[in-house]
Design a protein around this ligand. Structure first.
Ligand SMILES: NC(=O)c1ccc[n+]([C@@H]2O[C@H](COP(=O)([O-])OP(=O)(O)OC[C@H]3O[C@@H](n4cnc5c(N)ncnc54)[C@H](O)[C@@H]3O)[C@@H](O)[C@H]2O)c1
Length: 364
């Protein structure tokens, strides 16, 4: 294990970043968070700032695109490890704002590379919050069980209710667990920027003393996720809609599958990677390793919040860039980091429901 005494987290006021910051601080690490408090994420929430302050985490308000401010922050705080979490995170929204997404996610990462290079020898590790979205439809097998790449789903198929992933000849494929051996095929601008982040970091520190680690996260959920950001975090969005008395709009036919992994498990993976005796040089996938359909997740949340599980509408709506199935193969995380998820989905959904009920009461 490597001992860390000073850490710097871009996006450290966000859902995952703030919990990582508090967890590191509790373990005795000096933590500085650098975050521009993007209104889309933080509007109406002063909780995070207070939680970070109470924990003794330094909060620096700044934008990753502001190279001077970022440089000043890194050179002053002298971290040994930089966790890079700052990002624009909406898959569907990225389709509408390609410049904004590329600017923050790609250019912001390029600034970080130059800033760390300039900062001197302190920074030895950079860990990126990567995304499973880089796999697009992910690993699939054909009817004979052979691994076969899925092509992007087409709007014309989705519009007539044909949602299954297909091979290049149009044959239906079956999804299987995906890992970093799978070919990358980003299906959205967000996903493309997340892949670029990986590459900019790896190539930017090639041949240097800075080790780069990448965790490709599945859908992270749990207490603390923004309830106001309409573009990300489907389970938090559902919680808010349930408490507003709305009927839940379930996209496609409700059979979209996601691998939801609780934020506390993800934080443990970031800590494990930061402290690993040797940084895994390959990408590490992080998920629960099990899928649940969006329909079942919505029903479970309705039940957890004491509501009628039938308060749903399966609308056939679909979004550009959405993929059909996602399930992580966590084998490498277990082998290289000794990490495996601890919290099963129904337990995690209950903790999200309990938190969102309490949060709603406080904010009301
Ligand atoms: N939550 C998930 O399901 C998930 C899945 C895969 C990958 N990730 C990645 O994990 C990271 C954190 O995600 P999250 O769920 O905590 O999202 P989040 O939106 O809660 O946190 C992101 C933080 O980055 C900040 N930020 C945005 N633009 C910035 C900029 N220009 N300069 C500085 N700060 C900026 C925001 O204010 C926010 O606090 C992101 O990189 C995301 O791509 C998240």
């Amino acid at each position: 294990m490597v001992e860390i005494t000073r850490a710097f987290i871009t996006g450290g006021a966000g859902f995952i970043g703030s919990r990582l910051a508090v967890s590191l601080k509790k373990a005795g690490v000096d933590v500085s968070c650098y975050d521009n408090f993007l209104p889309q994420v933080h509007l109406g929430n002063t909780d995070t700032r207070r939680i970070l302050k109470d924990a003794g985490v330094e909060v620096i308000v700044g934008d990753v695109r502001d190279a001077d401010a970022l440089s000043l922050a890194v050179s002053r705080t002298k971290p040994q490890i930089v966790y890079h979490l700052a990002a624009e995170t909406g898959t569907g929204q990225s389709h509408d704002f390609p410049v904004r997404y590329t600017d923050v996610n790609v250019l912001g990462t390029a600034h970080l590379v130059e800033v760390i290079r300039k900062a001197g020898p302190d920074v030895r590790r950079v860990v990126l919050a990567g995304s499973r979205s880089v796999y697009g439809e992910g690993a699939c097998v054909d009817q004979a069980g052979q691994l076969t790449p899925a092509v992007e789903r087409l709007p014309k198929d989705l519009a007539r209710g044909d949602y299954a992933p297909k091979d290049k000849d149009g044959a239906t494929l079956l999804p299987v667990k995906t890992n970093a051996e799978c070919v990358v095929r980003p299906a959205s601008i967000y996903a493309s920027t997340k892949l670029m982040q990986e590459r900019v970091l790896r190539q930017g520190f090639w041949g240097s003393d800075v080790d780069v680690g990448v965790l490709r996260l599945q859908n992270v959920y749990g207490p603390g996720q923004s309830m106001n950001n309409p573009y990300t975090g489907v389970l938090s969005i559902f919680c808010r809609q349930i408490m507003e008395g709305k009927t839940l709009n379930i996209f496609e036919d409700g059979q979209i599958t996601r691998d939801f992994v609780l934020v506390d498990d993800v934080v443990a993976a970031f800590v494990a990677m930061g402290c690993a005796a040797s940084m895994p040089s390959d990408v590490v996938d992080i998920g629960l390793g099990q899928g649940i359909t969006i329909l079942d997740a919505a029903r479970a949340l309705l039940v957890a919040l004491g509501q009628d599980p039938g308060r749903i509408a399966i609308t056939g709506n679909f979004r550009p860039g959405d993929i059909r199935h996602a399930i992580a193969d966590n084998t490498r995380a277990a082998n290289t980091l000794g990490w495996s998820p601890k919290v099963q989905i129904h337990q995690g959904l209950q903790s999200l429901a309990d938190w969102s009920r309490a949060y709603n009461r406080v904010m009301a």
